[in-house]
Design a protein around this ligand. Structure first.
Ligand code: HIS
Length: 374
């Protein structure tokens, strides 16, 4: 019996870590007044593939239902939650969720997430609350070696509007920037009437690092107010994160969006140990336009599988075994209830002693019970 590619069984530590991570997320978000929300695992594909959400059907796990409509396993929480809350009264602003997303473009088709979405909130407050919640959560998980990266969809997209490009060229340039492939940028623009865009885009690919980059680009873009405004927004967030003692913040001015619905600030959290991405998110006001709502929306989701792998190992408690018979079983059970911190297995006999750290016999001596180490 084999499993399809991308599916896997799991046992032991990774599962305990994941459950601990989810429990701490629930506690942190509850204490910050987020309201839990859950949406079904099965949805219509159109919730994610419509013009605004823009996700690619190719990577979804999908089938036809009996009416000939395409259904999918939830590939993304953010679009599902937008569908779910668009019809709700806007007084509720902060939402939290936990559960799997299914996409075939990731390692493993199933990916467990824990996330937050902040809707109808003032722009800066929504963004800062998203990032401060992420920082508070990582702190609670005892993960301090991480970096927050800030970027903005409006930089690459804003620069492109200054050049005569068709949609196909824009799409190709997006892919080239996403992969940070200089040669591809050159190939797309060579001998076109936007050839002068090659140099700025290649420089933009290298525009990442600490906040000094912002000062440099303020100079370069001094005649483009829309880009300067974006730099101000990023700077405002950095200032807040620094005041909140977030360990390290970097900027990537050349980053393009990884999900089609982003339109504004984007953020990611990296674990220094191996560079893995532990959270990802951003602003996506436009997702609500499909429901004729002009509003503000921002959020982020943690990859709980990545967190579980990096959480400090919790030392398992000693494994104890109580050997009982039918007359002493109930006593041993009561003992277990009264000592919830101990890890006690009850057996009638033990063949392999190596499984346990200590083995006890539970003995009935007239009306009293004794627990005696073997
Ligand atoms: N849904 C995004 C994360 C996110 C939450 N809110 C905004 N973005 C993802 O799966 O990467």
């Amino acid at each position: 019996m084999f499993l399809p590619e991308g599916s896997q069984d799991e046992t032991g530590n990774l599962i305990s870590n994941r459950l601990t991570a989810l429990e701490i997320f629930r506690r942190i978000t509850n204490s910050r007044n987020f309201r839990p929300i859950s949406t079904p695992v099965v949805e219509y594909a159109s919730t994610f593939t419509n013009d605004v959400a823009g996700m690619d059907l190719q990577w979804m796990l999908k089938w036809f239902n009996s009416d000939g409509e395409i259904e999918v396993l939830r590939p993304d929480w953010t679009a599902a939650i937008a569908r779910a809350i668009a019809s709700q009264h806007p007084s509720e602003r902060k939402w939290t969720y936990q559960g799997s997303v299914f996409r075939m473009d990731k390692h493993g088709t199933e990916n467990r997430q824990a996330g937050i979405e902040i809707v109808h909130e003032e722009r800066f407050l929504g963004e800062s609350e998203s990032l401060l919640t992420a920082a508070a959560y990582l702190n609670e998980l005892n993960i301090s070696n991480y970096v927050i990266e800030l970027s903005h969809t409006g930089i690459f997209e804003g620069i492109l509007t200054l050049y005569p490009l068709n949609d196909e060229q824009k799409r190709q340039l997006h892919d080239a920037m996403y992969e940070k492939q200089e040669d591809y940028v050159k190939e797309i623009l060579k001998n076109t009437n936007a050839e002068s865009l090659i140099q700025p885009l290649i420089e933009l690919m290298d525009a990442y690092g600490s906040r000094e980059i912002i000062d440099e680009y303020k100079q370069r873009w001094q005649d483009t107010p829309s880009l300067l405004e974006i730099l101000d927004q990023i700077e405002e967030l950095i200032r807040l994160l620094e005041q909140a003692k977030v360990p390290e913040v970097i900027i990537d001015l050349g980053r393009v969006k990884n999900l089609p619905y982003y339109d504004g600030i984007m953020f990611r959290g990296f674990l220094v140990e191996d560079g893995s991405t532990c959270f990802s998110g951003g602003r996506y006001d436009r997702l609500y336009k499909q429901f004729e709502l002009q509003t503000s929306a921002v959020g982020l989701a943690f990859d709980v599988d990545v967190l579980a792998k990096h959480m400090p190992v919790i030392q398992p408690s000693e494994k104890l075994c109580f050997i009982v018979d039918s007359t002493t079983h109930a006593y041993a059970e009561q003992y277990r209830i009264e000592h919830p911190d101990l890890r006690i297995d009850i057996r009638y006999s033990v063949d392999s002693e190596l499984v346990y750290d200590r083995i006890y016999h539970v003995i009935k001596d007239r009306e009293t019970y004794k627990v005696v180490e073997r």
